[in-house]
Design a protein around this ligand. Structure first.
Ligand code: MOS
Length: 694
């Protein structure tokens, strides 16, 4: 940063700009914006797990009160499948009502639109859909037939067999994680209307320009005529991209020439908005007697649909973790008759770190070494697989600071050494890593006549505080107080921008805001008159980002957990969680802390609670709601502390790395390792349910 008269806004704790509007209800979410003449769509999802629709008896339903239309494969307009989204091919579930096939349970088969939501729901539930069923199979299991290795999903260096043979100790273990769901507080919703030749879309998404471009492609529209806004989003975590309800709503709004709103129920969110695949993983570690790793092998298997190969790439976690002479990683995938999984917070790293950081703990135990000392011994000087340098690493700094704060040195390493009444007490540690980076984005900054500045960027604030962070960044870029800066986001008219995903949002957008701000300052030479529409600078960072040197870019962390295990009931209580992160310069300590403890809370939930269960007979979920799918509630969450060490990214204009996903990585392993320390029993299957503890 250049020296300025004003202290930096970046690094100062700031409450959310839209916080007051949110808690007073003034902030409108996608399903809350009022429209004149609004109609309501209700999706009908298939009740069979595979087969064909033979009839949709919509005549009776069309006669019900308030019903305006029923859309299905027999009457819906064709859409182009020749799309290719900003983040790769969208989920095939977006191709709704294009054919009579039912590839999995919950496939959208019809949309009923009515004057009120209640009328639409009643009619949708009354709609008779006849099917011809075919045999289905939704079972995911380790090494089951049909499992294959996708192109480019195997990596290796060195001679694994030789290094395993030369190792003094070899640890080999299998781990599983179940299907998990995003469970954002705000269910997916969209409102669509045609307005003067423009398609106006009020949405909850992670990238408005991304959704707009995909909609334009699918409906063969000029991208200029599609306008997507997503002002407030109540959580997303990877699930809020283009989805089936968007397509259905556009079809209906086009037919009716009236505004159409579709809000998904929680069960529909479970069925059609993606999820994290279950995994089956095997880790083999070989080491010398002093703990130096010779061999590191990680094979992971995940599930996908029969429609699209989506890989939960768990085995990539070790590519940038520990020094080793030989390394082999492999991701395999098993297609079955289920909906397609998608990105979910720390895709790959969340399940992958559970297996690897548990296995490291097992190796430490076998070697009689402290698990932190074992990690320190295997700290690499360059990335283990690629050999590239790290932009910065600081994992050891996190372990050291975490150990100090947590009181690790007082730990008795023996399992089952601490008891308080019926509770066995244990502590555990795990490391964490997640990719960071920047992607091209465009931003504009306008100097207004009244001395304020307006920033426009198609960023998304999915509840993280991105809008507030960008205000601080813009204030520093312009060298003015944050109060003089107004940041407008989540509007596809603002041009291409990276999405709220991949832990790359704030960094990518911040870079664009910095660049536009610098350009504006050059235009604002002394004495310049500002016209009524202001003076604007607009920048695209594509060329800037292209100059970045090739390095391994990651955020790192160390997770510590203390648990109490009741061996008479099998109950596991987490008593303390501490995460210390090296995740770049922290823009807003207040919201950053919330985001990190949010990730850690999810890691706790992953360790102890979350598990989506499929019914083999129906192919659908059992208990697809918050009664059946357990997420950690307040009473499950103890004292959580998130801290960070100074770790500015040397190649970012603000020093940002990214904190969106690192919080969940390693948390479940730290808890599982603590349960082992408490009880002497190793849990390799998540969640650590009471029946598994007993
Ligand atoms: Mo995230 S899984 O990058 O939305």
């Amino acid at each position: 940063m250049t020296t300025t008269a004003k202290p930096d806004a970046v690094g100062v704790a700031r409450t959310r700009i839209e916080g007051h509007a949110k808690v007073t209800g003034a902030a409108r979410y996608a399903s809350e914006i009022p429209f004149t003449g609004l109609t309501h769509g209700w999706l009908v999802l298939s009740t069979i797990a595979r087969g064909r629709i033979t009839a949709i008896e919509d005549e009776a339903v069309r006669a019900l009160p308030g019903v305006l239309t029923v859309l299905h494969h027999g009457n819906a307009p064709r859409v182009s499948a020749e799309f290719f989204g900003a983040l790769g091919q969208p989920d095939p579930i977006v191709e709704v009502f294009q054919h009579d096939k039912v590839p999995h349970a919950g496939w959208p088969v019809a949309l009923v639109v009515a004057e009120t939501s209640e009328q639409a729901r009643e009619a949708a539930e009354a709609l008779v859909v006849r099917y011809e069923t075919e045999p289905h199979d939704v079972v995911f299991a380790a090494d089951r037939p049909g499992t294959y290795t996708p192109e480019g999903r195997e990596d290796s260096k060195g001679d694994l067999a030789a290094e395993l043979a030369a190792s003094a100790v070899v640890v080999e273990a299998s781990y599983t994680t179940p299907e998990q769901h995003h469970s954002a507080m705000e269910p997916h919703a969209v409102t669509v209307r045609w307005d003067g030749g423009r398609l106006e879309v009020f949405d909850a998404n992670q990238g408005s320009k991304w959704v707009a471009d995909d909609l334009a492609r699918m409906f063969s529209l000029d991208p200029e005529t599609v306008h997507v806004r997503s002002e407030h989003v109540g959580g997303a975590f990877g699930s809020k991209g283009l989805r089936a309800h968007h397509i259905a709503a556009v079809m209906a709004a086009t037919e009716l020439q009236r505004p159409v709103r579709i809000s998904l129920t929680r069960r529909q969110v479970f069925a059609i908005t993606g999820y994290r695949s279950p995994t089956a993983q095997r880790v083999r570690l070989g080491a010398d007697a002093d703990g130096r790793l010779r061999a590191f092998e990680h094979e992971a298997q995940c599930m996908t649909s029969n429609l699209r190969e989506f890989v939960e790439a768990s085995a990539g976690y070790g590519h940038a973790m520990y020094a080793t002479d030989a390394l082999r990683t492999l991701d395999r995938v098993t297609p079955v008759d289920v909906a397609t999984p998608t990105w979910m917070r720390a895709p790959g790293e969340a399940p992958g770190s559970f297996a690897v950081e548990s296995a490291i703990d097992e190796l430490a135990e076998r070697l009689g070494l402290d698990p932190i000392a074992l990690r320190v011994r295997n700290e690499p000087t360059a990335a283990p697989l690629s050999g590239l340098p790290f932009s910065s690493r600081n994992l050891l700094g996190c372990l050291e600071e975490g150990a100090r704060r947590f009181g690790w040195s007082e730990r008795d390493p023996r399992p089952r050494a601490r008891r308080e009444g019926r509770w066995l007490i244990g502590t555990g540690v795990a490391a964490a890593r997640f990719f960071t980076g920047a992607a091209p984005s465009t931003a504009s900054v306008t100097a207004e006549q009244d001395g304020t500045f307006t920033v426009r960027i198609a960023a998304a604030d999915v509840g993280t505080g991105a809008r507030t962070a960008l205000t601080s960044i813009a204030a520093d870029a312009l060298d003015v107080a944050p109060e003089r800066v107004h940041v407008r986001i989540a509007d596809s008219d603002f041009g291409p921008a990276w999405v709220a995903g991949g832990s790359m949002g704030t960094r990518s957008w911040g870079w664009a805001v910095m660049a536009a701000g610098a350009e504006l300052r050059e235009k604002l030479v002394a004495g310049v008159d500002i016209p009524a529409d202001g003076i604007t600078a607009r920048t695209d960072t594509a060329a800037l980002i292209a100059t970045l040197a090739e390095k391994e870019r990651h955020a790192f962390g160390a997770q510590f957990a203390e648990v109490a295990v009741d061996v008479t009931t099998g109950e596991v209580r987490v008593r303390r969680l501490l995460g210390v992160f090296a995740a770049g310069r922290i823009v807003n300590p207040l919201t950053a802390r919330s985001q990190l403890i949010g990730g850690m809370t999810w890691g706790l939930s992953m360790a102890l609670h979350e598990e989506a269960v499929r019914d083999e007979a129906t192919g659908g979920h059992v208990g697809a709601d918050f009664a059946g799918y357990h997420v950690a509630a307040n009473a499950d969450v103890p004292e959580i502390e998130a801290a960070w060490i100074d770790d500015p990214d040397p190649d970012d204009p603000v020093g940002i790395k990214g904190i969106g996903e690192i919080g969940i990585v390693g948390t479940a392993a730290a808890i599982a390792n603590a349960v082992h320390h408490a009880t002497g029993f190793r849990h390799r299957d998540l969640p650590i349910r009471p029946d598994r503890v007993l």
